[in-house]
Each structure stands twice: as C-alpha cells, then as structure tokens.
Design a protein around this ligand. Sequence first.
Ligand code: FES
Length: 146
Amino acid sequence: MTTQTAENAPAPGREPRIIAFCCQYCAYSAADMAGSMRLQYPPEVEIVLIPCTGRFDVILALRALEKGADGVYVAGCLEGNCHFLDGNIRARKRVNYLKKELESVGIDPGRLEMYNLSASQGPRFAEIAAEFYGRVRDLGPLHKNP
Ligand code: FES
C-alpha cells in the first residue's frame, strides 16, 4: 500500500483518470444498475464496453496508460459465469502477466486490476470504482505532465 506524500499527491486540479474495461453481460449491466440506483462513484472512471473480458488485451491497457490514464481495471462476470466460457479466466491471466511487466518497468502494479461481479451487483460496481479510484489517487499521477 502506498501512502500519499507531497511527491505523489495529484497535481492540484488534476484528478486521476481511470479506464474500466467492462464486459457487456455482467460488469456493464452492474454499472447500469448502479446508475439506475443513483449510486455515486467517481466520474473520473470512464467505462469502455467490451463484449467479454476475454477480448481484453494487454495492448488496450498499455495504450490507455500511454494516452493519459493513471489506472486501468477490467471487470467481468463471476468466475464460472462468463458467457464465452473462460474469457474472464483468460483475462485474469493477462492482467496478472501485465502487472508483473508493469512492475518490471517501475510502474506500480496496483494501477491495474481485475474484478469479477454479477449483473445484479450495482452497489458492488460503485464500490469497486470508488476503491480503485482511491487506490490510484493515493499512488499519484502516472504522468507528471499530462
Ligand atoms: Fe462477461 Fe465473458 S461475458 S467476462
């Protein structure tokens, strides 16, 4: 866990940018439900709809980080409930692989995460978004001059 210091504090007026790759069946539906329930979560979390987390590729995360995101997460169906059988299992392997690669180049692996949730977990979606946002905010900006 990283603690916030003067060095890693977000630049004044700059909140972290988060990209959330959400599978259309569960995570995106949960996000929809969070919206319908008027649950609050940080507006800096930008949702990108993907058909299944099995379509998540490390290049997508790297490109998001390169283009200004401070953190990326992947949210898919619960294990055993992927509509394409094992897409979420493959996604988790890719996320774990990329975490190690990020660490090897000096980027905190906490800037990347994988979550599983069901379509009925709107409150959990909002909780994940807030949790991850808080974590990345504590890590500070990835790009010093965005
Ligand atoms: Fe949701 Fe595969 S369809 S993770």
